[in-house]
Design a protein around this ligand. Sequence first.
Ligand code: COA
Length: 700
Amino acid sequence: MSFTDLFRFYQKTDENHKKDLNAVFKPEGIAVVGASSKPGKIGYQILKNIIDCGYQGNIYPVNPNDAEVLGKKAYKTVEEIPEKVDVAVISIPAPLVIQTLEGCARKGIKAVAVITSGFAEVGNTDAEVQIKKIADKNNIALLGPNMFGYVYTPSKLNASFGPSDIRPGKIAFISQSGALAISLMGWTAMEKIGLASLVNLGNKSDIDEKDLIEYFNHDENVDAILIYMEGIKEGRKFLETEIKKPVVILKVGSSKRGAKAAASHTGSLSGSDKIYEGVFKQLGLLRASTFTQAFDWARAFSLPLPKGDETVIITNGGGIGVATTDECEAVGLSLLDDPIWLEEKFRKTMPDFGSTKNPVDITGQGGVVGYREAVKIALHEDKIKSVIVLYCETAVTDPMDIAKAMNEEYQAVHRNKPVVVAMVGGERTQAALHYLNDHHIPAFTEVSEAVSALKALYKWKEIANRKSEVVKIDPAPQEAIDMIEKIKSVGRTVLLEHEARKVLELCGVPTPKWGFARNIEEAVVKAKDMYPLAMKIASPEIIHKSDVGGVAVNIQNEEQLRTQYDKMMNKVSAAMPDANILGVNLIQMMKGIECIVGLSNDPQFGPVVMFGLGGVFVEALKDVSFRIVPFGKMEAGRLINDIKTAKILDGFRGIQADKASIVQTIYSIQKLAPLVKEIDINPLITNKDGSFAVDARIIL
Ligand code: COA
């Protein structure tokens, strides 16, 4: 791939921006093609849901055999409908979909939701390509096919064959899986989680996650977006998604077996999970690991963003307070630590034996008055930036009274800072939890859920405050391009060590002092200011150099160099008499932390860069993280801090990493993305003086 090709590849691929998603979510008229009078049929249920859920626009059943369906006049085709239709929900067998879609185009319909199965998911890709073509040609936004429909509560529109009891709210839930979305519709209603929208993407032959995220970015009815994803169809397109609101993503298929199941389920490719992880981080999506967690987080985004770090816990139980403190420490939420101030403010809210340390423990005796007072103080004091309220049910307190008092105080200050709640108890407590959730105060039965939800809000704040970065990767210098072209022209695909190091150096990757010498006299001259050094045999035929005696380390002076050189030549020519020996590589020995920086090509996302701790444990620990090319230096900084062992880089046994030069390395190797298949810099040794590509392998 040439530079021009690659940079075209980076350019915006989005062609859906012209498509009108208002026609999907805020239609004036909706047609149901395949609407049926027969209960149990999908076309019956969709029409019934649209009518029962109170959609106020015009509803047009389409059925060639019925004059009326569910009390509404039916039409033989969409073209017969005399008024304007914005969206058609299509629920007729697959072979009939194409002609219906053409009819929709002639009628000027701007959106369709194709419920019908039997397309790419069963190998019928031709039909799917055809419907996508018709949609593109006529500028129709196409949802599905193979979907269960969608819901948009601000329009009271339930165009699905799922349950009808959807709770209105401000979360938009986008699900690749239909069955799962249907089941979660009931669950969210039970859990008092309100939804603004629920969209099942199905095969996402046209409208996908990016289109919907960007639509909801501008929809005031949506506070947060939650996505259930099995795989991405167009990796590069997804990478261009503009993130303006918190997006929680639940991506399944991280195990090898899971990835296989997801691929066969959706017909889409599930790439390596670590690469997906990198994509989500690069875009600023919050990845949850369970449905509960995803919804816990999504709920938290109805809260205002915290203005600082200091969290206060208010509790009536010591144990639950300690458990919450542990959770806060585990996720990195910092508790306000100012005992004198806390004593002064909170003492009056509790009996003498209560504790004003954070957690503020108003004791089991603390009832509605104590809670009201403590919560009021926490809300009014600017020094406190977020609040976690805990409650253990006791016979002497009424959880509902406490929940109501909390809500009153919160409304009185116009929800000025984030408050999350965890309540443990029986039925009375459940009712109080529901009351709080109904009033948009995220309330949970587990303290870990409350802490995790609050942490998600802090994470989102960090993402929302990220400075935007103009990403511009310069092309590799001409000298490097010429070198690579020359190597290619003689049919070689692997660069020799000194060639690889030279190419990297030309692109701006820092290297230790090094030299290539064709004989011992050249080696002596080049080695002068390099000791201690390592010497390695240079031969295109010898890949595993140490196996044939082709590596000598810790050479301190000229005398040792001469001795080691002779030994090496004898050993190598004995082991591989036919090898073409070009000379030796001399590399200054470096001390520091061993890292690995790599570049490879992912089938979904194209060129990706990997960073991790290197050396002998790299394979076993797999503590590496990815980003997708191209990305800037700020993102490279985040990539470095992503790995689990990132703390080591801040200083370990007196050795400290030089993060700026690691960033420089990560930035620089991106210049080679259009020219190579793979780069492995292992190790990149980093110490306080810089980072040095000690060994490198480049495959074309
Ligand atoms: N225009 C409008 N209506 C038409 C039509 C046309 N061109 N051709 C037929 N119809 C009518 C039929 O007469 C029928 O009405 P009736 O019940 O009054 O007889 C209705 O449309 C449905 O057609 P039918 O042949 O009975 O199909 P079906 O209802 O058994 O199945 C689907 C249609 C779309 C539900 C089915 O093909 C399918 O894909 N099912 C899977 C859906 C799914 O699971 N999606 C993914 C969820 S995650």
